[in-house]
Write a protein that binds this ligand. Structure first.
Ligand code: NAD
Ligand code: FES
Length: 285
């Protein structure tokens, strides 16, 4: 079992979680992810490793309540434990020295951006952050990004903080103020990554994205996380999750993500109803 050391809601429906998982903490590098299972009947939840404290065996994760399993995880506290924390998984290519890097985080996508931004900075790059959310309350990791980056631009869809608009609006601005830009990393919801790739295409900038495909085993065996990149089938869990954005078939990814939407909605509704009725006393009920 993997004990939960701390859990805190850092924005409405978005939680920071520290879990004790010694092996993951000692091996994980920026770009890696883990797959959690809460209990025997729990589905697998892939989450990027945001940070580690290897000497204490601790792993930092951030998740958003989007369905039954993440809503259930939001009810866990110190004293509870997870059944599995499998990882580190995925490719985690060293950032290297590339020059000026734009690190773009859309909403919860800022969580996987932060460790990469820290790594780019540590490798001697100039790092410019762009962080966006629907509104001020949903902006996460702003302080950590400001501590890491040479400059951070903020935006909100409703104009409640920073630029009034989308993260993609700020890519040309950041390029104009800090160019030439050598690399863009854009992580967030699929429509955002798709739009970031289009914007970077217009500006002639290479862009890497991190794909949040559906996953089951996380070891390249089940095919659930299949994506098409450059016309070739790749498995997000073992070949990614980061890929050259210009090569990704986002249409196929969106369709595959919608595949079980009805079942996911039903499971979330049933869980919410049981919780409301006070039935959910035992884990996995
Ligand atoms: P959201 O829908 O609130 O969007 C966050 C920000 O992204 C917006 O404020 C905007 O600046 C930008 N954005 C969104 N759509 C855009 C578009 N069409 N064009 C340009 N910019 C756009 O996001 P959220 O609710 O925080 O995130 C939820 C989604 O993010 C989930 O689907 C989740 O699976 C996904 N996600 C992906 C990753 C990943 O690794 N790719 C990580 C965490 C979450
Ligand atoms: Fe099964 Fe990637 S999650 S192949």
């Amino acid at each position: 079992m993997f004990p939960i050391i701390a859990r805190r809601e850092i924005a409405p429906g978005i939680h920071s979680l520290w879990v004790k998982a010694d092996r993951v903490a000692s091996k994980a590098r920026p770009g890696h992810f883990v797959i959690l299972r809460l209990h025997e009947r729990g589905e697998r939840i892939p989450l990027t490793v945001v940070g580690t404290e290897p000497e204490k065996g601790l792993v930092w994760l951030i998740f958003q309540e989007v369905g039954k399993s993440t809503a259930e995880l939001a009810g866990y506290s110190p004293g509870d434990a997870l059944l599995d924390v499998v990882g580190p998984l995925g490719q985690a290519e060293p950032a290297g020295k590339v020059g000026t890097v734009l690190c773009v985080g859309g909403g919860v996508g800022t969580a996987p951006v932060l460790p990469r931004a820290r790594e780019f900075k540590a490798a001697g790059n100039r790092v410019i952050g762009i962080v966006g959310a629907r509104n001020r309350d949903l902006l996460i990791l702003g302080r950590e990004m400001e501590e890491t980056c040479d400059r951070v631009y903020f935006c909100t869809d409703d104009g409640s903080f920073g630029h009034h608009g989308l993260v993609t609006d700020l890519i040309p601005l950041a390029q104009a103020e800090h160019g030439p830009v050598d690399r863009v990393l854009a992580i967030g919801p699929v429509p955002m990554m798709r739009a970031a790739v289009a914007k970077c295409g217009e500006l002639g900038l290479p862009v890497t994205v991190s794909l949040n495909a559906l996953m089951v085993d996380g070891t390249g065996m089940c095919g659930a996380c299949r994506v098409t990149v450059g016309g070739v089938t790749r498995f997000t869990c073992v070949d990614g999750p980061e890929f050259d954005g210009a090569q990704v078939d986002f249409g196929e990814l969106s369709a595959r993500l919608r595949q079980y939407a009805a079942e996911e909605r039903l499971a979330a509704e049933r869980f919410a109803a049981r919780r409301k009725g006070g039935e959910c006393q035992c884990r996995g009920a």
